[in-house]
Write a protein that binds this ligand. Sequence first.
Ligand code: ATP
Ligand code: MG
Length: 594
Amino acid sequence: MAAFLLVESFLQAKYVMKISNYLLATVKESPADAEIASHKLMLRAGLIRKLASGLYTWLPLGNRALKKVENIVRNEMDKSGAMEICMPVVQPAELWLESDRWSQMGPELFRLQDRNDRDFCLGPTHEEVITDLVRKEYSSYRQLPAIFYQIQTKFRDERRPRFGIMRSREFIMKDAYSFHSDEESLQETYSIMHETYSNIFSRLKLNFRSVAADSGSIGGNTSHEFHVLADAGEDEIVFSTDGKYAANIELAEAHLHTPNKKEEKRDSKLVDTGDATSIDSITKLLGIDAKKTLKTLIVHGEDKEGNISNNLVALLLRGDQELNVTKTEKLKGIYSPLKFASNQLILKQTGSTIGSLGPKDLDIHKIADFSVEGLCNFVCGANMAGKHFTDMNWSENCSYDQVADLRMVQGNDKSIADRSPIEIKRGIEVGHIFQLGAKYSESMDASILDSNGKATLMQMGCYGIGITRLLASCIEQNHDEKGILWPSEIAPFRLIILQIDAHKSADVISISESLYNKSLIFDIESLLDDRDRKTSPGVKLTESELIGIPHRIVVSPRTLKENAVEYTNRQTGAKTKVHIEDIEKFLKETVCID
Ligand code: ATP
Ligand code: MG
């Protein structure tokens, strides 16, 4: 023991991370407003504190982990050849007017005015600013491709901030933008980014999937989201069990699990259904399967300029299917965001009430989902209160004007790739990549001279990762009933050294401090729990598990009696006695390599 102390005694750490002097803001009980594991644990382990709805302070422990996540992302982005920059958070309205997003973004955009009444916003994303930069700095195809990225705070006045930093109003994003002289070059960079993202999420040891996604308000054609699989996820992702198809449910397509059976056609009948109006009550009343019913939903159409119109549109789905809003509102002639027509308007235009709608003699544009194509002898509303038709058939009794994919994919459907079964899981969207094409370069006139000296619009891609959400997702996937189980690369500290009953033996302090110094020589970030007897050994042990430091060493009079310390691995719970003489070797072989 003496030799161990001697070697270390002159090595005093400049800034010793002692808990007695550290803000370890742990909380015993789960805060009432925290619904999901990561949110509860981030508050309980003292990683974050709420300032106001969707606004959080990062406490010392949380901030250390956050910087590590940032650095992994930075490291992989640098490897991809992207150049790091830093753009202003405050952005002039003029740029957003140019791209036509000043109004499109609606209330999610935090807006402000300067002292001269000029309009600005707090950046929710930076397509406009980067396009403005590149159109001024770049002039020739020879300078492209170019990829820029930044890791920076973003602001979005979310309608429903929730789950702590998962969906907050101020959050950190890594946003990257690429510029190209042609589509081929854009696709090449898109693949590199896809690979870079996969490397980042693999380094964080996450169970994730990349899925085809809707481009939303950012625009463009091709896009992929990266989802961390977790029951707490807000999204549903659809993939075939053989891995050939993966998409966000918002745009997923699939073959029906139970296709419509061919039957001998019967003659339709008008039946009294009283106040049975829902699919559920109709199937019970008539003793039929929902697959033999048709539901009719009425929404607003759009005029030529894309404005809402009172020309209504009927959407026809098989009774056991649900409407997919995202797919539907992309259809030409349907107003987006989708708006269901009011009872009053439906009554006025069709003479029918909502509970008895059906396609027969319905004099508005009718779009049928693929699920109703080939449906035989089905039941539908008769457009008369309290009445339905049974045994309806398309060519004999009623019709539609158009067929489209309107329905939400269901578990057990069959993949469109090869008809293998479909699975639906919940995911947290941690990243999103887009091929924007010329969307912004066109509206903002960003062109370069091509190889023929002709001005052409630049092709553009954009690539986001929610850094703060990513950290929360790591916790969502890595915790147990005791607390967080940090993946080593992002743990705020790698080793925690606990002094137990130091008042009973001076050696506890000297050995643990030597151990601390030794860990610094090996570049192991360590935290020393030097709190005195007012903090019980039980609390120290429980807190070390809650904050989830991967490696723990306990130094106590009991362990020192055997000339040893006690090591515990947070992940496996495995305990080992380590003799003082073997500590150095142990640190090198166990803690350093993890
Ligand atoms: P969402 O559908 O979750 O609202 P989004 O499509 O609006 O996400 P993007 O504009 O693609 O998100 O932003 C890139 C990334 O930033 C997202 O993949 C997500 O990880 C993260 N992100 C977006 N909004 C928030 C938020 N309010 N809080 C935390 N992270 C966010
Ligand atoms: Mg959003």
